[in-house]
Design a protein around this ligand. Sequence first.
Ligand SMILES: [Zn+2]
Length: 674
Amino acid sequence: MNPLLETTDLPSFDTIAPEHAVPAVETVIAEYQALVDQLTSLGNDTWDTLIAPLEAIDAKLERAFSPVSHLHSVMDSPAWREAHEIAQDKITEFQAALGQNRALYDAYRALKAAPEYQSYARERVAVIEHALRDFELSGVALDEPMRTRFRDIARESSQLETAFEQAVMDATDAWQHPLSEAELDGIPDSERAVLAQAARDKQLDGHLLTLQQPAYHAVITYATHRELRAQAYRAYQTRASDQGPHAGQFDNAERIEKIMALRHEAAQLLGFANAAAMSLATKMAPNADRVLAFLRDLATKAKPGAKRDLEELATFAAAELGIDDLRPWDVPFASEKLRERRYALSDEELKPYFPLDAVMAGLFRIVEEAFGARIVPRADVSVWHADVQYCDVYAESGQRIAGLYLDPYARAKKRGGAWMDTCRSRFVSKHASSLPIAYLTCNFAPPTQGKPSLLTHDDVTTLFHEFGHGLHHMLTRIDARDVSGISGVEWDAVELPSQFMENFCWTRAGLDRFARHVDSGAPMPEDLFQRLLATRHFQSGLFLVRQLEFGLFDFLLHLNYAPDSGARVLETLATVRQEVAVIHPPEWQRFPMSFGHVFAGGYAAGYYSYLWAEVLSADAFAAFGDGIDAAAGRRFLNEVLCVGGSRPALESFVAFRGREPIVEPLLASYGLAD
Ligand SMILES: [Zn+2]
């Protein structure tokens, strides 16, 4: 028996092996295909005859593949890598075909037209609406020749985006600069190690400046040699453009023109006015005017603070660093010096207050106080590594509602970073059901020789962030699989629960629940807390206006595209900078040519989402005041965490907060309120 095909409550991690992956996935896909063929040949579709069987087979595919993808990430080996790649390719191919299945699309349409649809609960309506929307966005509803044209555009766009990314990589690799002893001045040992490694990677001695982020960061932040910083900045900010040391060699300008033209054409084929409107079809922001008003309102309110930050920095640079005309390549350097001077707050000073066990216990206490959910470790569960802790999650009623695997420590063969991933999704239907089960993976420093694992404040914030995604997944009460937990939640609202949870790492009430000195058990002293808080506000105005510049540039570019005038990339950027920026880069700067988020990633006409979600989370958190308000917590649970994608996120927010979101709490959390 293949353990990936078992229907047990939790996966049998002690028996799952790489050789199970491909046969399990092949079996389920074959069964899935047969089911779809059968379903689309029947008429009279109802929820129980069309959607319920699809939910069950989706769950089966998840049971087969989720442990494969997870074990590949946390217990990597050549065998897992190969098994994962083959299984992943099969699923990707199958799902792409499913998204283009016209008969299945027609079955959903028939379901929507059936009389029964009128009596469906809201979550079922949402499932059907989302499915139809996604079919339509994939071009399946178009008639020929538009349908073929749409598919050609998708293929060509994807090739262009890959080429865009490749050009950025090639341009990044093309430039390097061996550093002399004099040029290393000011760079601390830990950062010099990065530059030495960069040299070794290219079989060179000494230290090498490259345009890879860590090496560039070391020089632009710490090198006292001003001319070197200017040189590095010029090379970095002109990558893949018509300027700088490799001018014209990897230029992405023409690719951007083509990508923008294709996005515009695809949007119009689907009946949207432009690519920005198409992007908003799956987002919380209702229309382009609202996105622009949001960004511009925030810019107006953030700009005075950003100007203050810059003036302060310029004054400091002139008085203390001998830099009278602060240029863009001086800003990270001067900022770092000002930060060191002002706070002298090191990770080492904070870490004794964040032993992992105390932090986890405090996090669980916060979850129980705010949301009434109890998280209880359980030992008799099969796991993939001795460090992993499984927990059951209980609702306030005492009912077991979810499960959670915690894998906290860094180790060999484990992917870096921190993330929450789905093991099982919640659904309840006539013939099958499942509780939501989450994986929470981190890479904290493991305990050493009897000393517990001590986290940095960054680590703690990351843990709370990912746990917020976990709560969204685990505390859902929605029965319909495609809109339970995080599924079906608008893209620009997904980060609400995660960023919300981060706020507990910056309040006295939050820290008092988990920050305990590893030796004495004492809470964090007030003076240390105040210094920690000040670091959060440091140059937040400059940070905000930079994000606004990116967000507004991306959105206007997609909104205002016109075939006659083309993309007008540099003109748009110049206009946006006039409006929101306080630091004005030189005319030759070509940042858009390496802006992969927007031209090669999923953030097209969506970069604003970072700030959008942060406004939501700051405003939501403000409802808690300075403490942990149990009533506000239960409201957040019922109106936001529980409801998944069963209704629009804006409606959920208003139900929780009693009004639409406002930007003031975000400004206050950044220390920018008037
Ligand atoms: Zn996140």
